[in-house]
Design a protein around this ligand. Structure first.
Ligand SMILES: [Zn+2]
Length: 239
């Protein structure tokens, strides 16, 4: 009897105490749940940095680490005051991937967006979004759609890729890795070199984040199946 009464009281307290829109983005090691809604913090990670240049465009000479840093600042300013935004790095410094995971896990009510630019065969172009966790699928869908809408070549949608990377599998919060386009493609690298294009890309990304916070996964299709795989290690695959 005693425990039943306790349950009734705690249920009552929980229903009164919480905000009207409950966030669903607290810590969860596996992420086998619907996508986040009502989150307050957006962690924006600029890929590479310091001694790690990432890709370098042979068409424009630009380095991925500089472009990702430029992008995260644009995304932060596009998000404005509606979220607490945290930059994983705000200057040209090297941060180990595992330290980025630890950094992301400091925040409970948050999502993580890791920004990159791609490199591959010179004819390949278009944005690409990586995710792993079930709770990151809707967010990934929105972000991929947003980036593709900005990209001028419709056929260049590279789509979603479910891949177990350190920044898609290991954080305990919803997390996605964005590839904003190919620095190895002559036309796309010139587009990416244009600050106006990067601003449009940043604005589209910010808008997708706002939509996810407002309505969660609504309209992003069925959730993928839960996958139980160990955390990603440095020795696993390319990142
Ligand atoms: Zn990269």
């Amino acid at each position: 009897m005693k425990s039943a009464l306790f349950l009734v009281i705690t249920a009552f307290l929980a229903s009164c105490a919480g905000p009207a829109v409950r966030s669903s983005s607290g810590h969860d090691a596996w992420g086998h749940r619907p996508g986040p809604r009502g989150f307050k913090t957006v962690i924006i990670d600029a890929g590479h940095g310091g001694r790690d240049d990432g890709a370098t465009s042979r068409h424009t000479g630009q380095k991925e680490k500089d472009l990702t840093l430029d992008m995260v600042k644009r995304i932060k300013s596009e998000l404005g005051g509606s979220f607490r935004t945290v930059l994983m790095r705000g200057n040209d410094t090297f941060v180990d991937l595992d330290d980025r995971v630890i950094g992301a896990n400091r925040f409970g009510d948050a999502i993580l967006i890791s920004m990159h630019f791609n490199s591959g065969p010179s004819h390949v172009r278009g944005p690409e979004t990586y995710y792993w966790r079930v709770d990151s699928h809707g967010l990934a869908t929105r972000l991929q759609h947003a980036m593709t809408a900005v990209s001028p070549v419709e056929s260049s949608n590279r789509g979603l890729v479910r891949r177990r990377l350190r920044l898609t599998r290991n954080p305990e919060i919803p997390c996605v890795l964005l590839e904003g386009g190919y620095l190895s493609n002559p036309e796309e690298s010139r587009l990416i070199a244009n600050p106006g294009y990067r601003q449009k890309l940043a604005s589209a990304i910010a808008s997708a984040i706002r939509t996810q916070a407002a309505i969660g996964d609504a309209g992003t299709g069925p959730l993928p199946s839960p996958l139980n795989e160990p955390p990603s290690r440095a020795s696993d695959a390319r990142e």
